[in-house]
Structure formats: C-alpha cells, structure tokens
Design a protein around this ligand. Sequence first.
Ligand SMILES: NC(=O)c1ccc[n+]([C@@H]2O[C@H](COP(=O)([O-])OP(=O)(O)OC[C@H]3O[C@@H](n4cnc5c(N)ncnc54)[C@H](O)[C@@H]3O)[C@@H](O)[C@H]2O)c1
Ligand SMILES: Nc1ncnc2c1ncn2[C@@H]1O[C@H](COP(=O)(O)OP(=O)(O)OP(=O)(O)O)[C@@H](O)[C@H]1O
Length: 525
Amino acid sequence: MSSTTYKLNHTDSFGNGDAKSLAENGFNHLTSLAQSEKAVQELLLQQTPMQATDDHLIEFSEALRTVAKALRGAAEGKALAQAEAAEWKRRYELERSKNVELQHKELSNGVCANESNSQRIEHLAKSPRLYAQENSSNGMERICSHEVLQDGGFNSFTNKLKRKASFKLSWGCKGMANDQHKKEIVSFERGNISTAERSSKQISLTWESDPQTVLIITKPNSTSVRVLSVDMVRWLRTQKGLNIYVEPRVKEELLSESSSFNFVQTWEDDKEISLLHTKVDLLITLGGDGTVLWAASMFKGPVPPIVPFSMGSLGFMTPFHSEQYRDCLEAVLKGPISITLRHRLQCHIIRDKATNEYETEETMLVLNEVTIDRGISSYLTNLECYCDNSFVTCVQGDGLILSTTSGSTAYSLAAGGSMVHPQVPGILFTPICPHSLSFRPLILPEHVTVRVQVPFNSRSSAWVSFDGKDRKQLEAGDALVCSMAPWPVSTACQVESTNDFLRSIHDGLHWNLRKTQSADGPRDT
Ligand SMILES: NC(=O)c1ccc[n+]([C@@H]2O[C@H](COP(=O)([O-])OP(=O)(O)OC[C@H]3O[C@@H](n4cnc5c(N)ncnc54)[C@H](O)[C@@H]3O)[C@@H](O)[C@H]2O)c1
Ligand SMILES: Nc1ncnc2c1ncn2[C@@H]1O[C@H](COP(=O)(O)OP(=O)(O)OP(=O)(O)O)[C@@H](O)[C@H]1O
C-alpha cells in the first residue's frame, strides 16, 4: 500500500503502465489507497524535505486522475478518485496562493517540512468522502474552466507548472484618452475578456443652461414650409425669447412678410457659416431627409443637435410632425431629450497629379453616403478598393456606395445593402449593379480607412458624389479616401432611437408588410 503511494510520488512521469497496474489491483485497492489515512501520512513521512515539494503534490494529484480514468466503469472507485484528485488540486491551489517561495525555503532548510506536509495530507486523507459529499451538491465535475486553467497541474513534458498564460490588450489608436476609453469598455481582468458596452446606448441630452439661439433651415420652394417657418420664428421669438438664425434666402422671405422680422439673423459668407456652431444651440429643419442632409452639410465640424420636422414624403430622419411643433419644441427646449447619434464619413479626393499625398481637396462630410459611379460613361466602372491598405476587391459595374448606417435606408438599400440601425458604427460597402454573380455587400468596422482608386488602365473616369450632391470627376490614378468622421450628427428622437428607426422602416418602406395568415387551415398535430 505505502509502496504504491511511494511509487506514485517518486516516479518522474506517471505513464499508462502505472495507471494500468493500479487499475488491475482493482477497486478495493484504490478505495484503500484513498481512504487510508495512515498510508498517505506515510507517504509524506518518507519524503526528504526537498522531495515533498508542491510538485509532488501535483504529481500525486495527476496520478490519481489517471487512475480514475483507468477505472472508468467502477463507479464508486471513480467517484472516490475524482474526489481525491479534486481535493488535491484545490489544496495545491490554496498552498500556491500562499507564499510559494517561502515554502520552498522552509523545505530546503528542513524546518518542519515533513510535519507541515504530513499535516496537510493527513487532513486530506481524513475526509475524502466527506469532501466529495460536500461538493456533490455543487457537482464534482464543475471546477470552472477558469480555475482548471489557472491550476493546470504539472506538465511532465516541459517539466513546468501549467499556468494560464497572461496577456494584455492594447488598441491601435492614438492618444491616451482614447485608449483609456476602450479599456473602460473592454476588461480583461484575470485573463477573462468581457465587454461593458458594444455600441452607443440610448443617449439622452440634458441642457445645463438654457438654449438661447436657434438656427432654422428650410426646404426651398415649398409654400407649406414657408407658412410654417413664419409662424415658428414668431413664436420662438415672442414666447421663448430666442435669437434666431435663418438662411439669407429665408430672411428675405420673412422680411417680405413683415419688417417686424428684422430681429432675425443670417450670414453673408462661408467664413460666417464655419463659425455657426459656436453660436447656435439648436438646429431646426423643416423639410424631408434632404433638408437634414443639407443642414448637416453646412457644418464641416461639430454640429448642434437637430430637431427635424417632417415636411416631405419620406421621413427616415424626420420624426417630428409639424402640426404639434409648439409642444415638441417646448419639450426639447426644456429637455432632457433622447437623441440618435448619427455617424458621418469624411472623404478626401487625392489627385494623381498632386505632388504629395497631403495635397488633397476640401474634406467632404457625408451623413448618408459617398457614391462613386460611372456618371455619363457607358463603360463599366473599374474601381480598385483597399481597406487599411489591404486589397478588398475590384468593382466592375455601375459603381460603389460607401454608406453610413444612417444612409443604409437610402441609396445603399436600393442597391441591395442591408438596413442597419443608425447607431451601429460601421461603413457599408455596397456595389451598384456589379457585373458578377458573387459580389455581396459588406459592412466594415468603423475604424477602417477605405480607399477607392481609378486604375491607370481604366477605360473611363468615374464620378463621385456626396449625399447625392457636389459631383466631382475622378480621373485614372485619382483616389477617394474615406473614414469615419469625428463629428457625428445628433438628431432628436420622437421616442428613442430604436423605436424611431423601426417606425421609419415600417411607415416609410412598409417593411415586411404581409397579410397575416388566417388560423383557418392545416396545423401541426
Ligand atoms: N436609387 C436611389 O434610391 C437613390 C438614388 C440617388 C440618390 N439617393 C439618395 O438620395 C439622397 C439624397 O437625398 P435628397 O433628399 O437630397 O435627394 P432627393 O430629393 O432626390 O430624395 C431622395 C430620396 O431619398 C430619401 N432619403 C434621403 N436620405 C435618406 C435616408 N437616410 N434614409 C431613407 N431615405 C432617405 C429622401 O427622403 C428622398 O425621398 C442621397 O444621399 C441618396 O442616398 C437614392
Ligand atoms: N435649405 C436648403 N437649401 C437648398 N436646398 C435644400 C435645402 N433643404 C433641402 N434642400 C434640397 O431640396 C431637396 C428636397 O429636400 P427634401 O428631401 O427635404 O424634401 P422632399 O424632397 O420634399 O422630401 P421627400 O423626398 O421626403 O419627399 C433635396 O435635394 C435637398 O438637398
């Protein structure tokens, strides 16, 4: 009995031969091995101080597990061996978490080494069944994988303790603040990766001081919009005491109504437009989605929160009804309000004839999409696409749409792209009429930079447009570079972003509208 245990502890590796011979001795042998307090005590008492190290404890535990495997089928013996192995494992973990170095020092000095080890084993040997009973309610097999990995036992091949490898995560973004932000979202404590946040949650805007200045942008050539704007400007001034900015065209319209509108402010040039975000607290749009796009395009940097009133036929970004504009504006000016944070794309054209790569044209910001198409050319476009300098594909067809998720319900949808919730950060890569059977649209992560280049051997030039406007020609060798812009557009929600999004696809597109099947018919039995 004791020789068996002695052998187990002094063999460098416990091969199948040892396990088998133990198994052959049968169930009784194992039971007595595990139960015999004396035998286990003897085991330790026979160790020299150096031999009775924690490595021996691990080896012993490994051996018992091997035996347990070999005795599969002998139910009681198996349970007993598992209980032993698990207890040895637990015990080892406990000891290791104490000061291992100190323990080794004690052992090599011979200070109470046998005594401390034998006491440990004595305790274990006394109560394997009790321990098994205590743990059976939790399930003996349920040592969680994290713990098993941390205490992987002894690797006889490398002669090292098996431990869970430690690691760190880092992000390839510039600036500590960004990195810190990511760390708050993704934690990797004790080797377990978990996320607290995956995309923007419902965002609520609360005013910390009262809004004082409002900019109203209106769809041109619409009588209903003109009538509404006159009423709204008057109400905001007289009832709310706000400063009001409008476009030069609208100021003329208002003054033609009455000279009392001379309090209304406007701008004279682009420089003044570029400073509007420093003066305007709230932006109101009266029109359809196109008016929201127009308003957003005026802001090449930060954009004030937008309250979009629907005066068009399709309202994906315009959840507010003009009939109740007073109630709605009362609520918005008071706050808090739910907003949808809509990401924009920033686009640069790099000309082949540019003398260096930084010589780009004005940066364009789009809320819906940037489109590269064949324009009036009757040839296929041929566009080489790269994502962070990796070649993606060559588009041969009518063109390519790089869309925001807000724009996913616009042109990209018509070209076969998915509809995506506007707060999902990402770039949609949607071909227009590709001449290929296998070109499916992609959605790329928000952090990538996409480059679309007209190859030098292209038969024709391509045309690029930004939210359906500002068309520019791309000659062979020219490229469009596109990435997520740091200035999103926040639009006020009627309810909250998900509810508003679902309403817009139901009302605007009659998404998945189908007559409900009647209950009258065949059924599963
Ligand atoms: N085949 C197409 O579907 C197609 C073709 C060209 C342009 N467009 C879209 O038109 C947009 C420009 O809009 P516009 O009003 O200045 O031009 P527009 O007056 O020609 O209107 C285009 C239509 O697209 C709708 N729309 C705009 N943005 C939308 C969005 N985010 N979700 C759902 N529908 C949206 C508008 O409500 C409008 O009905 C472009 O950004 C492009 O997405 C679509
Ligand atoms: N303030 C503005 N100045 C110049 N053009 C504008 C302005 N507002 C909107 N537009 C343009 O007017 C066009 C129509 O605007 P919008 O989409 O808002 O109205 P709509 O066509 O009636 O809406 P819908 O398409 O939903 O029926 C768009 O091309 C848009 O760019």
